[in-house]
Design a protein around this ligand. Structure first.
Ligand SMILES: [Zn+2]
Length: 230
């Protein structure tokens, strides 16, 4: 549930989760503060806990915001700026036509009237990712032996992919920027979840059968994942 409090002259808003646990914890992301407390913790106690930590929470959020700004500085979106697709560098070009995609060394982006360039690039990347993932899934799904129910490209902050209990895949657009092997790793990973909805030894063994060097690309993502996206 959402809780609203006042801290000095500031309005505070946080999400409260009452779960099976013994201690209280706060998790901060760029756009949300979440507090996890044991079941049946009085609301007043949870609120006091959050308030007692609010100084730290603010510092943490300021750091995340600074990181976001630095990321945007390092990923310029002006005409001619470099952009990585499938591990190769292209140049951004804002086209007049509705064509979105690669043309020679150029990644063409159509900008809608009034649209922010960064939003336009992100939208173009999502369209391009959708195309690439569908093309690759057509090869990889028969290899793994299961067809997903559906596939959706999303702009998640910190998840590369997920597989729902109904067998629908959600895939992060940022993966289309990484080397093709990383894309294969994520696609095969999610396809293997159509057999095993967990990260058991059986799951990893199945994944390894289809991609013997997956650990290398998993590690690539852990090291370099932060620089993907725009
Ligand atoms: Zn997984």
């Amino acid at each position: 549930m959402t809780r609203k409090l006042v801290w000095g002259n500031m309005d505070i808003r946080y999400e409260l989760f009452q779960t099976k646990r013994r201690d209280m914890e706060i998790r901060v992301s760029a756009d949300a503060v979440k507090a996890f407390v044991p079941k049946r913790t009085p609301l007043r106690v949870a609120d006091e806990f959050v308030l007692s930590r609010w100084g730290e929470v603010q510092e943490h959020m300021a750091k995340l915001e600074a990181y976001r700004r630095a990321h945007e500085r390092e990923h310029p979106v002006h005409e001619g700026a470099p952009i990585m697709l499938r591990g190769k560098v292209y140049r951004l070009h804002y086209g007049e036509t509705s064509f979105t995609g690669i043309h020679g060394e150029v990644f063409c982006v159509s900008c809608r009237p009034g649209e922010e360039p960064r939003a336009a690039v992100r939208r173009a990347l999502m369209e391009y990712a959708d195309l690439c993932y569908r093309e690759r899934l057509a090869v990889l799904a028969p290899m793994v032996g299961r067809e997903p129910g559906g596939m959706r490209v999303r702009a998640q902050k910190s998840r590369w992919g997920s597989c729902s209990s109904r067998g629908d895949l959600s895939l992060n657009y940022k993966i289309v920027m990484a080397p093709p092997q990383v894309m294969d790793y994520i696609l095969i990973h999610e396809l293997c979840h159509l057999y095993e909805m967990n990260h058991s030894q059986r799951f990893w063994a199945r994944l390894k059968r289809h991609m013997p060097d997956y650990e290398e690309w998993k590690k690539w993502l852990q090291t370099n994942g932060g620089m993907l996206g725009v």
